[in-house]
Design a protein around this ligand. Structure first.
Ligand code: 5GP
Ligand code: ZN
Length: 136
């Protein structure tokens, strides 16, 4: 636990939250500023920062909770689909440095475009692939 971490405070009930799901290792609660109503954050109870340092067992527990909760959110709020997202490090948009997975219910014609895309340039896909495979 990190005494200054806002999500650790929520886990400890030092801050209020709308709890969606709780187990020994995982907590899920409504995001305070939702993209759509039902937008939920799934966090490990143990503090770390993001995908780069979360313990494997915590990640596996979060991932399985995400699957279960995504099904419930879609059914519960009558969504037409869900986006599952995780921001890791400042320049990827991470603001709270305790790992969390966003589950965002989506609705036909809600007009959101979360991931602008582009084309690969000539050799870019092959050289990029080489770099990633070398780092595995
Ligand atoms: P990030 O950009 O780090 O992936 O997202 C952090 C998320 O946490 C944001 O969507 C933000 O609305 C949410 N958030 C920040 N503070 C609180 C809080 O005190 N309570 C709840 N429920 N959500 C929070
Ligand atoms: Zn924390």
């Amino acid at each position: 636990m990190d005494p200054d971490c806002i999500f650790c405070k929520i886990v400890r009930n030092d801050l209020p939250s709308f709890k969606v799901y709780e187990s020994d290792t995982v907590l899920a609660f409504l995001d305070i500023r939702p993209v759509n109503a039902g937008h939920t954050l799934v966090v490990p109870k143990a503090h770390s920062h993001n995908i780069f340092d979360i313990a494997q067992k915590d990640w596996l527990a979060v991932a399985e909770a995400v699957r279960t909760i995504a099904i419930a959110i879609e059914k519960g709020v009558g969504a037409d689909g869900v986006n599952i997202a995780m921001n890791n490090r400042e320049h990827a948009g991470q603001v709270v440095f305790h790992p969390h997975v966003h589950i965002i219910p989506r609705f036909k014609d809600d007009g959101l475009k979360l991931m602008p895309q582009r084309e690969y340039k000539e050799t870019e896909a092959a050289t990029t692939l080489e770099k990633i495979r070398a780092a595995l």
